[in-house]
Every structure is written in structure tokens, then in C-alpha cells.
Design a protein around this ligand. Sequence first.
Ligand SMILES: NC(=O)c1ccc[n+]([C@@H]2O[C@H](COP(=O)([O-])OP(=O)(O)OC[C@H]3O[C@@H](n4cnc5c(N)ncnc54)[C@H](OP(=O)(O)O)[C@@H]3O)[C@@H](O)[C@H]2O)c1
Length: 172
Amino acid sequence: MIAAIGAVASNDMLGLDNWLPWDIPEELAYFERTVAGAALVVGRLTYESMDIVPVDTFVVTGQENYVLRSGCHRVASVEAGLRQALATGKPVFVIGGASVYAAAWPYCERFFLTRIDKPFDGDTRFPDSIPLDRWAVVADSQASYLERRSGEPVICRFLQYAQPDVKSLNAA
Ligand SMILES: NC(=O)c1ccc[n+]([C@@H]2O[C@H](COP(=O)([O-])OP(=O)(O)OC[C@H]3O[C@@H](n4cnc5c(N)ncnc54)[C@H](OP(=O)(O)O)[C@@H]3O)[C@@H](O)[C@H]2O)c1
């Protein structure tokens, strides 16, 4: 299965200064738990922001000579990344950023999206081209956590969306 995973603020922001606009350790732990053992497809900027990158991470970049950390693979397109990630036999997660979500969503059966109930300053928005309003909500739970930069509580709503008409990679 190909799935995407991400988190978004109530004003659609998902990134700031090549990191997250918030500091919510429990949300990050949910992400890490969910993608553990999967093959990952990630954009070059998000890859560069990650301290730890698991094996079978496929980094999308147009730079032919881009040197990656051990266990990571360079791919020239999102489709190539998805194909090679599937070939590992592991579950596949698209982990962003915005440009990679925008290209990968047609191939995703699921989108694990955490909606954070507050606006945050940011420089990268969740792509409005992803028609999640037409996908079915198949899981929905929420919890309140402390957002550590503001010192204020936030509600994180953990949603899973299922896409009705997944595009085949064979058709790409
Ligand atoms: N809230 C969340 O859940 C979440 C998740 C992930 C990321 N983020 C945040 O999102 C921000 C980064 O997002 P972003 O959209 O700016 O960057 P990104 O998607 O992480 O990376 C963009 C780069 O990936 C490569 N790329 C993307 N699509 C490509 C394609 N179709 N073909 C070839 N190469 C492609 C290009 O690399 P080259 O320039 O090398 O060609 C491009 O410059 C950061 O702030 C990050 O922290 C948030």
C-alpha cells in the first residue's frame, strides 16, 4: 500500500524554515511510530531537515550528483521513487514536503493527516490541489498536547483518509 502522512495547522501551514511550525513531541512520535519499518519517499528539502533517515528512503531531487546518506537512494521523480519503494516489499509512506505530496497524492490509497486546531506562522502550505474533501474518513481520533514553543495546549486530530479512485503507477 502507498500512503502519505503529514500534519497541518488550521491555516493550512505545514512548514517553517525547513522544519515544522510547531513543537509537539507526541505528534512527531505518532509519525515515527506510523512509518517505522516502511520505505519512505521524501522531497530533497525535507530529507535535508531530518536528523535520522531510515534505510530505504527514496529522496526526490532533480540534482543528478546529489550525494545521500547511506541507505538512501536518489530518484529523479516521485513516480520513480514510489516504484522503487514498492519494490522493497515494505509498506510505502510519502512523507512530504508540500511539493512531493502534490505529485504523489493520486497514487496514495491513504492519507494519514494530523489536523492541529490552531493557526501557525509558516512558509509552506499544504497543497490545495489534494481533494481530501472527496476522500472517505476511515479513522478519526484526537488528543490534547502541549505545544512547546507557545506553551499552550493544542488539539491534534488524527485522521486517515481513503482515496476512492487511486491512480495506477502503471498508467504514469
Ligand atoms: N507538516 C508536515 O507533516 C511536513 C512533512 C514534510 C515536510 N514538511 C515541511 O515542508 C517543508 C518542505 O516542503 P517543500 O515542498 O518546500 O520541499 P520538499 O518537497 O521537501 O523538497 C522539494 C525538493 O524536492 C525535489 N522535488 C520535489 N518534487 C520533485 C519532482 N516532481 N521531480 C524532481 N524533484 C522534485 C526538488 O529537489 P531539487 O531542488 O534538489 O531538485 C525540490 O526542490 C519544510 O518546511 C518541511 O519541514 C512538513
